[in-house]
Each structure stands twice: as C-alpha cells, then as structure tokens.
Design a protein around this ligand. Structure first.
Ligand code: FES
Length: 111
C-alpha cells in the first residue's frame, strides 16, 4: 500500500508471534532479501545479504546486539546496520522501518 510519495510498505510474510527472541529469520518482499530478528522484544529488519560475499544474514545469529553473518562472521549493529570495525571485511548495511499489525501480528516493512 502507498504511504507517501516514494515509500512503499510490503508484507514480509512473517508474524511477530512466531519469532523467537535472538533468532534471525530470512524474508523476501518487493524483490529484496531481509534479515528479521526480535531482540528483547524489539523488532529489527536489516538487509538480508552480507556485503562481503553475499552470505544469508537471515541465517546468522545475534551476539551482543550484533547480527553475525553465518559465513565469515562479519558483524553488524542491529540498530544502525553499522559494520563492526573488528570485522573490516564487511561494510554498513541498511536497516528498515517495520510495523506490526496489532490485530494479526503480521510484519510490514517500508522501503
Ligand atoms: S559473506 Fe558475510 S562475512 Fe563473508
């Protein structure tokens, strides 16, 4: 659905009630891949493809407020998408605004 001039909201096909804390899952919407994770009850939607060699970030894990790539452990801050300077082989990724339908629990992403 259109929400503004250039921002479109997409249904991610995930329900907040099925997400487990600290367990990222992959999603695809509008032709883009995402990594979706709930940490301490807060929802995070980030780019799903690692900037290093394309690892699937939705299959990574969470460590100390960072999303860790499953292939070579590149680390991204889950709030900002900023690459950890200790994993210099990756660069920053995007984070996205997400909305949860309070009635159904369905997750929507804007981009
Ligand atoms: S593909 Fe993600 S760190 Fe290498």
């Amino acid at each position: 659905m259109f929400k503004g001039e250039l921002v479109v909201e997409y249904k991610l096909g995930l329900n907040i009630n099925n997400l487990k804390d600290n367990e990222p899952v992959p999603a695809n919407a509008g032709g883009k891949d995402f990594a979706v994770v709930k940490v301490e009850g807060k929802l995070h939607v980030l780019d799903g493809i690692c900037t290093h060699q394309g690892g699937p970030l939705g299959e990574g894990h969470i460590d100390n407020n960072e999303l860790i790539c499953p292939w070579h452990a590149g680390a991204y801050n889950i709030d900002t998408g900023k690459a950890d300077e200790n994993t210099h082989w990756v660069t920053d990724i995007n984070v996205y605004k997400a909305r949860v339908d309070s009635t159904t629990g369905e997750i929507y992403v804007e981009f």
